[in-house]
Design a binder for this molecule. Structure first.
Ligand code: DMJ
Length: 623
């Protein structure tokens, strides 16, 4: 049980945020002094490659075909469904590393040996993101000449397996709310006594894999049920546009009302934006806009994020949890770079302090949270480091990546792979290696250094723009998958009638107009939709289209660095990046004098982000 009482913390927390934000700046400026040279980036890339093979070979030699490696005792264990989970999860990393032989051999083994007609009850979420996602990404690589990794003998076996698995997961969606059960038996459907409580991430992080499956099989059912699940969750949001952590899929009641960006909710936000980016479905974008605005308003305590009650916004837990660390990477995709930089700096200060991020770090006591002392080889901080380096090319992110490699090598490497750390203060090793270590942790580190050294990989060099699933699987925006809709085709998109012309002309030609709104107009503090000018719902608007680069991430970088003064008064280098997929600008609030609003909005207005917001050449989403 967490040791803090919910009601005892707010004042302490506020004071502590002030103290903490200045501490982390000072600390990092002194530790990130010596930079990674291009030559060292190559060496680090090769070192990460060796790390992958140490763990992959350890798994193949000692655990395969069991699910996961026990890296300390050099054994194996079935942790999910008993179907070579780590191999499936590692497939696209093998392809990314250019290992044609092992990729082809693994695909062949899976094609011949895997089957899902088994009497096992599995997590819908974990099976989707690790197994379905792993199979689909490998299928899309193995079947396509353009990837350079096509397997000549390959004949859609992985897609067939994925479709079979997808159909076995479908019974989980048969609930009154449309939000799926957390688990399902692959042979018999949902168990009679299955729990009706599931997490928001569990119900809302299925759209990418199921959507890709629909588009590859031409069967819309997969896309429909997962979109319905997102609608089911979002329909039950609070008046503040926050979602809780756990919900009853029959009654639709929240059983855990703590709202946050980490544990139990994290990838719900991630898939709203990514489903839009991959599928061009603006309903997801619309939901993301509202959900993101609420998160930045109620959860963001610059540079940290807290958990609050979804109805009252009262702080419940002033905790950093390690799952939150994906958020700056998501913000890069959303184009909200400045808070992403500050938050990454804060999160990385925790890593620097312990050599790893603990599962929980208490922002009030500035200490590891009781009972949350472990580091199970999680990838989230690496993921954000990669995206921020990609967006800014600031070498400090290479330095951060080097620190992460060094911690893993020094303290987590064990005889047959990489070990979980059971206590970040004492670096005690534990005999477990989650499959996401090979699917994500190593992948993001390798991509980071390869980007600095080259790059020479399909993500950064094509042939397609790739969206990463929450398990790090590569999902390409091929024409087959990404049915791009350049305009507000979602019937029900909230387009502002006063700013969007209804005569069919393209709003993009008008510098005053941006997608879904305007820069700098006021939204009253407690209203979701009201504005100084009326917003009309259920109107099919005509909105400016996104360029390909804007849709799929950073397409070019301005080489110029500008000198930047951060909030603590320190002088630092900040790299300017351009052509974000979406630039998110917080609405100016009519209640902007409140301290709550000042925290995020005023800094935004005062900062250079505001200058960029006034530049009509760029596209901004207005929240
Ligand atoms: C992974 O399975 C995924 O990244 C998921 O979204 C969160 N948990 C792990 C990694 O920490």
């Amino acid at each position: 049980m967490p040791s803090l009482r919910p009601t005892s913390v707010p004042i302490l927390v506020s004071l502590f945020f002030l103290f903490l934000s200045s501490c982390s700046h000072v600390f990092l400026h002194s530790t990130l002094a010596d930079g990674v040279t291009p030559e060292e980036a190559k060496q680090l890339r090769d070192e990460v490659r060796e790390m992958f093979y140490h763990a992959f070979n350890g798994y193949m030699d000692h655990a395969f075909p069991l699910d996961e490696l026990k890296p300390l005792s050099c054994g194996g264990e079935d942790s999910l469904g008993g179907y070579a989970l780590t191999l499936i999860d590692a497939l696209d990393t093998l392809a990314l590393l250019g290992d044609r032989d092992r990729f082809a051999a693994s695909v062949e083994w899976i094609s011949k040996n895997l089957q899902f007609d088994i009497n096992k009850t599995v997590s819908v979420f974990e099976t989707t993101i690790r197994v379905l996602g792993g199979l689909l990404s490998a299928h899309l690589i193995a079947s396509d000449y353009a990837t350079g990794m096509r397997i000549p003998t390959y004949d859609n076996q992985l897609l067939n397996l994925a479709e079979d698995l997808g159909r076995r997961l479908l019974p989980a969606f048969d609930t009154p709310s449309g939000i799926p059960f957390g688990s399902v038996n692959l042979r018999h459907g949902v168990d009679e006594h299955e729990s009706k409580i599931t997490s928001t991430a569990g119900g809302g992080t299925l759209t990418l894999e199921f959507g890709v499956l629909s588009r590859l099989t031409n069967d819309p059912i997969f896309e429909q049920v997962t979109k319905n699940a997102v609608r089911g969750l979002w329909a039950r949001r609070s008046k503040l546009n926050l979602v809780g952590a756990h919900i009853n899929v029959f009654t639709g009641e929240w059983t855990q009302k703590d709202a946050g960006i980490g544990t139990s909710i994290d990838s719900f936000y991630e898939y709203l934006l990514k489903a839009y980016l991959l599928f061009g479905d603006e309903e997801y974008l619309y939901i993301f806009q509202e959900a993101y605005a609420a998160a930045m308003r109620y959860l963001f305590n610059d540079p940290w994020y807290v958990e609050v009650n979804m109805d009252s916004a009262a702080v419940v837990w002033p905790l950093f949890n390690s799952l939150q660390a994906f958020w700056p990477g998501l913000q890069v995709l959303a184009g909200d770079i400045d808070p992403a930089i500050r938050t990454h700096t804060a999160f990385f200060s925790v890593w620097k302090r312990y050599g790893f991020t603990p599962e929980g770090f208490n922002l009030a006591t500035f200490d590891v949270q009781h009972g949350q002392r472990s580091y199970p080889l999680r990838p989230e901080l690496m993921e954000s480091t990669y995206w921020l380096y990609k967006a800014t090319r600031d070498p400090k992110y290479l330095d951060a990546g080097r620190d992460m490699v060094s911690s893993l090598q020094h303290s987590a490497r064990c005889s047959c792979g990489y070990c979980h750390i059971s206590d970040v203060e004492f670096h005690k090793q534990e005999d477990h290696m989650e499959s996401f270590f090979l699917a994500e942790t190593v992948k993001y580190l390798w991509l980071l250094f390869d980007l600095a050294a080259g790059p020479d990989n399909i993500v950064d060099n094509g042939p397609y723009k790739y969206i990463f699933s929450t398990e790090g699987h590569l999902l390409p925006a091929t024409p087959e998958i990404s049915l791009v809709r350049e305009h507000c085709s979602y019937f029900g998109a909230y387009c502002n009638t006063s700013n969007i012309r209804q005569d069919g002309s393209d709003g993009a030609t008008n510098p005053q107009i941006n997608l879904y709104g305007r820069v700098g107009t006021a939204l009253p503090s407690n209203s979701r939709y009201s504005d100084s000018t009326p917003v009309s719902g259920l109107i099919k608007g005509i909105c400016p289209g996104l360029t390909h680069g804007q849709k799929f991430g950073i397409s070019y970088i301005l080489p110029s660095h500008r000198h930047h003064q951060d909030n603590s008064g320190n002088q630092g280098e900040q790299t300017n990046s351009e052509s974000h997929s979406i630039v998110v600008v917080q609405s100016q609030n009519s209640d902007s004098s409140s301290s709550e609003n000042k925290n995020y909005h005023e800094k935004l207005v005062e900062s250079s982000e505001y200058e960029r917001a006034s530049d009509p050449a760029k596209l901004y989403l207005h929240l």
